[in-house]
Design a protein. Structure first.
Length: 239
């Protein structure tokens, strides 16, 4: 999605990290952040690939912490909120595949996480609410505006005013605000993942530690307005 193009434009965005070799290694950073956090205080959110969380889970003790990744997550992480298995909650109990959990090489990491992560796991379906149009009136140096503009044009030949779905933002919304006035929780059960077929939600009254969240019907317009207001706000902190 031309992330390198955005990263190289340091004049516009004043960022210091350009190449993937520039930041701290992800697993080391994750372990440090968890080790320095209060027990049970962390919500771990994924809105993309599952490999990073997988590598944290299977990491071993090191100079940062004598605990394994599994032990660190069990002690520090209260819940994993994931945008994934978007269509797994369906009336046919059918397996479905979505980008974050089944494609782009994520499939084996996803299955392992779903079956082994020692925290509550919450999966969010896609959102039909559209966002982006409010960014048109923000300053050109707004990286969110630029990312929306480039993605929409490069992948769908649409302008920013035509907007895109807000599935990522829905997952963030839930992680921060909970169900609120726009989301609902599905019937109790658990997520079943297959290496080839994808994922499906098995409805069951047995305790599983899994939850499935979806957007309420007839809330597209209100949810869009709410999210559009938030993404157009200026950042709280400026460098």
């Amino acid at each position: 999605m031309q992330a390198e193009k955005l990263a190289r434009d340091t004049a516009s965005f004043r960022n210091k990290i350009i190449h993937n070799k520039d930041p701290k290694e992800q697993t080391k950073l994750n372990r440090k952040l968890l080790a320095n956090s209060q027990d049970g205080s962390i919500t771990y959110l994924t809105i993309g690939h599952t490999k990073g969380l997988y590598e944290l889970l299977v990491s071993g003790p090191d100079e940062i912490s004598p605990l394994s990744g599994h032990e660190l997550i069990e002690k520090k992480v209260s819940r994993w909120v994931a945008l994934g298995a978007k269509w797994a909650y369906n009336d046919e109990d059918a397996y479905t595949r979505d980008w974050n959990f089944s494609f782009n090489g994520a499939r084996p990491y996803t299955k392992y996480l779903v079956e082994n992560i020692p925290s509550e796991s919450i999966f969010t379906a896609g959102s039909k609410a559209k966002t982006g149009k409010t960014l048109a009136n923000t300053p050109p140096g707004n990286i969110v505006r630029t990312a929306y503009r480039d993605w929409l044009w490069n992948y769908e030949k649409k302008t920013i005013e035509q907007q895109r779905h807000s599935s990522d933002l829905m997952a963030v919304y839930y992680a921060v605000e909970g169900l609120g006035q726009f989301l609902s929780e599905g019937q109790r059960g658990y997520l079943d993942c297959d290496d080839k077929k994808g994922c499906r939600w098995i409805k069951s009254e047995e305790k599983s530690g899994h939850r499935f969240i979806y957007q309420r019907e007839k809330t597209d317009e209100e949810f869009s307005d709410y999210l559009n207001t938030l993404i157009a706000r200026p950042p709280k902190y400026r460098h």
